[in-house]
Ligand binder design. Structure first.
Ligand code: 0RA
Length: 654
């Protein structure tokens, strides 16, 4: 994603919204609301790029999900239409079309035009409302060139059309039908969005997730070619965990599944242990991914640790372990999904994705304690496997502690504490400093000569770093390249010691060759940052450099190209200036080392001309899936993934 400020209001270019002279105060308010959304779309949907665009679909789908949570709907159809619009259909109760006594307008029109009206309607017990969700269909409507709603209700079909949020006539009956439900079609406004093309894979990821989270729901996605995928998982979260661990070896025959209700809170949990060393816990409240966790996750951890610990003690399974187990020991190789449905969720935290309801913690804790101890009593063999895994984690924790002490002492011995290979910059205000992590000594040499040494530091790596997907903590700390990176960053390492505040650079820029090896090294580095320094990615500190792929030369003229299309259009235009007589020479850069220092500076490192890709994680569950596919043990899924995704890879962005 390029660096942009999506909070900038959208000025001018907006077509005037014609206002009939008979409009009263109510309507002026409505129009003010719509105009505000169009002036500051990022306030409502996050940004005006790909993320915000796809958010429009989620917003409409959320309304259908509300109907599902209320028990009124079991089917959602999402179509990416050839003209660029999107259609969402459900079989819920249908948006009411009767006239609101005070406002003198149909409920449908109010839902579609009054910003914030969505939440005021009683849509059932477990409303979706967290993070950016729940801004309502009216926001989607305001940001659409046009939007058409059909309601199937009371034997009739009702219809209303809107343009840039403004109704084009009242709702009217246009036919009869024995169906129930709502059909919304909208065309995202190209005056608002920088990107207006929907990506099927992004939509599919979220629809699959929603289908896992709502076992009674069937979701169909149709793409612009008319191809259809259906998501329906009767096993619910159990199948979700199997999907997450598709590329890992499970230790239990099947995930453990827990379901319980108490005081109108619904708790659903599935968990599995696998043969890796990471923990993957994904949590949801009313179908919203709670990235920052919250009380439901705290309740889960407490109950898991307590129940397993108590069982192990009681059955004398820890006798030859010389250490006491800690909460962390239960995390190694754990994959779990926690989904709660809460009537009045309180969202907190930086991104409003942390559940605050204190009662939810004890509800989750109680239900898990009860059901997991019951499960343990009747499945002693499964418990043996889990406790063995936990003991292994405890012993490796001890080994890691010793290894860490060694690295600490060693870094103290080195006079500056910085790795010898690092060519540091001269200023030391982190905000203005950049660290280039570069593949190989020759590219490192070019980068060192080409850089602006006042604020750019260069760290050349000696080839491939360790694949951290398969390594335990202490193995990682024995790896020279990893140690070098940690020392250069200055952040320290590990759950307790790591701190973004100690980061010595404002930008960490991965700069690798444009070949297969380069892509591999970049993936290894991203795996490391994602698994062990995720906070740096979330803080927007990690970037990928974009060296050009081609140099197109004709006589004295030369231009760089970043992809095949650009290369072709440059060479075409060179031919036309020189009337077809041009002698065009195209050089394909395979390695950074093929560029001289000046070229590397002017194309890739100079802040005035370079373009960097910011690495961000849209969906942690999907990112985990990609990394475990690419870096895990199983070969088949990796081959499938690469074949399926090759067409999305242009400049191999993330
Ligand atoms: C308000 C009230 C009722 C249903 C809905 C909204 C509703 C909204 C959407 C949006 C997409 N699909 C939807 N389905 C239903 C309840 C109406 C009743 O009591 O019959």
């Amino acid at each position: 994603m390029p660096e942009t400020d999506s909070n900038t209001p959208i000025p001018s270019i907006q077509p005037e919204i014609p206002v009939p002279s008979t409009y009263g105060a109510n309507n002026i308010q409505v129009l003010d609301g719509i105009e505000h959304v169009r002036m500051r779309p990022a306030m409502y949907i996050g940004d005006i790029h790909s993320r915000g665009l796809h958010h429009l679909v989620y917003e409409i789908v959320d309304n259908s999900i509300d109907e599902t949570l209320g028990g009124f709907n079991d089917y959602i159809f999402v179509s990416l239409n050839p003209d660029g619009s999107v259609t969402v259909i459900d079989r819920g109760r249908g948006i009411p079309v009767d006239i609101h006594p005070e406002k003198g307008k149909s409920a449908l029109e109010l839902v579609m035009t009054v910003i914030g009206a969505g939440g005021k309607f009683d849509k059932g017990a477990y409303k979706v409302s967290g993070g950016l969700h729940g801004v309502g269909a009216s926001v989607v409507n305001a940001l659409s060139e046009w939007c058409e709603v059909e309601v199937y209700r009371d034997g009739k079909v009702y219809f209303q059309r809107f343009e840039r949020g403004v109704p084009q006539g009242d709702v009217k009956a246009i036919g009869s039908s024995d169906q129930r439900g709502t059909k919304t079609t909208f065309m995202p406004d190209h005056l608002i969005f920088k990107i207006t093309e929907f990506r099927k894979d992004i939509i599919v990821d979220r629809m699959r997730e929603l289908a896992f989270l709502n076992r009674n729901l069937s979701i169909t996605v149709q793409d612009t070619q008319g191809e259809i995928e259906v998501f329906h998982f009767e096993g619910g979260l159990k199948e979700f965990v199997l999907f997450i661990d598709e590329n890992r070896m499970g230790l239990l025959k099947e995930p453990i599944y827990i379901y319980g209700e108490r005081d109108s809170t619904i708790v659903e949990i599935a968990l599995q242990y696998n043969d890796t060393y990471q923990e993957n816990v994904f949590s949801y409240v009313n179908n919203i991914n709670t990235q920052e966790g919250g009380t439901h996750v705290t309740g889960f951890r407490k109950a898991l640790t307590r129940t397993l610990n108590a069982y192990a003690q009681k059955n004398d399974l820890l006798k030859n372990l010389k250490l006491a187990l800690t909460g962390d020991d239960f995390k190694e190789g754990l994959t779990a999904v926690i989904s709660v449905k809460v009537a009045e969720p309180q969202f907190e935290g930086q991104t409003k994705t942390k559940l605050g309801n204190s009662e939810t913690q004890s509800i989750v804790e109680t239900i898990l304690n009860e059901q997991l101890s019951e499960y343990a009593e009747s499945n002693p063999n499964v418990l043996k496997v889990i406790i063995e895994k936990v003991k292994g984690a405890a012993m490796s924790r001890e080994a890691a502690r010793k290894a860490k002490e060694l690295t600490r002492r060693k870094s103290v011995l080195e006079s500056s504490g910085l790795p010898g290979k690092l060519a540091d910059c001269s200023i030391n205000d982190p905000e203005h400093c950049e660290l280039y992590i570069v593949e190989g000594d020759s590219a490192g040499g070019s980068a060192k000569q080409g850089r602006d040494r006042s604020f750019q530091a260069i760290l050349p790596l000696k080839g491939k770093i360790l694949n951290v997907e398969k390594a335990r903590l202490h193995k990682m700390l024995e790896n020279e390249e990893i140690k070098t990176i940690i020392l250069a960053l200055g952040t320290s390492f590990g759950e307790e010691e790591f701190s973004t505040e100690k980061l010595r650079y404002g930008k960490i820029i991965i700069m690798t060759d444009a070949d297969v090896d380069g892509a591999h090294i970049r993936t290894l580095l991203l795996t490391f940052f994602f698994r062990h320094m995720r906070a740096l990615i979330d803080a927007g500190r990690v970037y990928i450099a974009q060296p050009p792929l081609y140099l197109v030369k004709s006589g004295k003229e030369q231009q760089y190209a970043w992809d095949d299309d650009e290369r072709n259009s440059i060479s075409d235009s060179m031919k036309k200036m020189q009337k077809g007589k041009a002698n065009i020479h195209i050089q394909r850069y395979k390695g950074l080392g093929e560029m001289n220092p000046e070229q590397l500076w002017s194309t890739t490192m100079d802040p005035a001309h370079r373009s960097l890709l910011l690495v961000s994680v849209e969906n942690a569950m999907e990112a985990d899936h990609v990394f475990s596919t690419l870096m895990g043990d199983k070969v088949e899924p990796r081959r499938d993934f690469i074949e399926k995704n090759a067409r999305y890879v242009r400049r191999l962005d993330v």
